[in-house]
Design a protein around this ligand. Structure first.
Ligand SMILES: NC(=O)c1ccc[n+]([C@@H]2O[C@H](COP(=O)([O-])OP(=O)(O)OC[C@H]3O[C@@H](n4cnc5c(N)ncnc54)[C@H](OP(=O)(O)O)[C@@H]3O)[C@@H](O)[C@H]2O)c1
Length: 247
């Protein structure tokens, strides 16, 4: 069985990706930060569908903890699956913060940078020794990198950095036949940033060619495709998954 790590797999897009990847035969190590119960519920849902998953705690904003996390991943690989190799990583964990540039604090800026750019960089670096040849990495970015949306400037800027990093990872890891792509969702109905108000949702749907906001499964399915061999010749790309947002 091929095993992958999904950060922020307790809820939203990450939980959907866990289910979609498990349905394609992957064993899943999903992480949570503040919601162990949600993580346990995702593990149960994977198991109920016939898959295998375990949940580990991880704060993606705490790069100093990544070496210990790698050891925990290795232990799970050995104890649950009897192997030592990883076949994928989804850098998905994240949070939203609405604040106009005139009032963003340095602490807010640094917090977003740690989770959305520094975390994916150093977590990927920490897990590199575990990757099998042919592994696949998916980084979650955002359509806010393409369409400027007032109130999310630092978030969007770090997601933009992660898109650039995606191409550099693909270039450097290609020698090991590791593929790296970014998935860039539009507005998706999750709890990110407190969720969508009905008014905001109506406005976003009107700006979307397909006339609605996205669901977590709309994105989870694309992540699973990129992780699996179906996406085997897709590399160094950012794929917007947004139903035709602001086109
Ligand atoms: N929803 C959208 O409209 C949208 C649009 C574009 C991009 N995205 C991106 O898609 C990704 C997933 O978002 P989502 O909508 O699924 O969000 P969500 O429903 O709020 O779930 C966020 C997940 O990330 C975890 N998490 C948050 N902060 C973390 C941290 N510091 N360390 C480790 N884990 C952390 C949470 O874990 P706990 O609950 O256990 O704390 C949870 O599993 C994010 O990177 C987000 O920026 C989302």
């Amino acid at each position: 069985m091929k095993i992958i790590v999904i950060t922020g797999g307790s809820r939203g897009i990450g939980a959907s990706a866990a289910l979609q990847c498990a349905a394609r035969g992957f064993g899943v190590i999903l992480t949570y930060k503040d919601n162990p119960d949600a993580a346990a519920a995702t593990v149960r849902a994977v198991e109920a569908a016939g898959g295998q998953a375990v949940a580990l705690r991880l704060d993606v904003g705490d790069a100093a903890s990544f070496r210990a996390f790698r050891e925990a991943v290795l232990q799970a690989l050995q104890s649950v699956w009897g192997q030592t190799r990883l076949h994928g990583l989804v850098n998905n964990a994240g949070y939203g913060l609405y604040n106009l540039m005139e009032s963003v604090t340095e602490e807010q800026f640094d917090g977003l940078m740690k989770v959305h750019l520094k975390g994916p960089f150093f977590l990927t670096q920490a897990l590199l020794p575990l990757f099998a040849e042919g592994a696949s990495i998916v980084n979650l970015t955002s359509a806010t990198t393409r369409v400027a949306t007032a109130g999310v400037a630092p978030y969007a800027a770090f997601k933009g950095g992660l898109e650039v990093l995606t191409r550099y990872m693909a270039k450097e890891f290609g020698a090991r036949r590791i593929r790296v792509n970014a998935v860039s969702p539009g507005a998706i109905r999750t709890e990110l940033g407190g969720g969508l108000t009905p008014e905001f949702e109506t406005m976003l749907a009107a700006q979307t060619a397909l006339g609605r906001v996205g669901e977590a499964d709309d994105v989870g399915r694309v992540i699973a495709t990129l992780i699996s061999d179906d996406g085997g010749w897709i590399n160094a790309q950012t794929i917007e998954v947004a139903g035709g947002y602001n086109v």
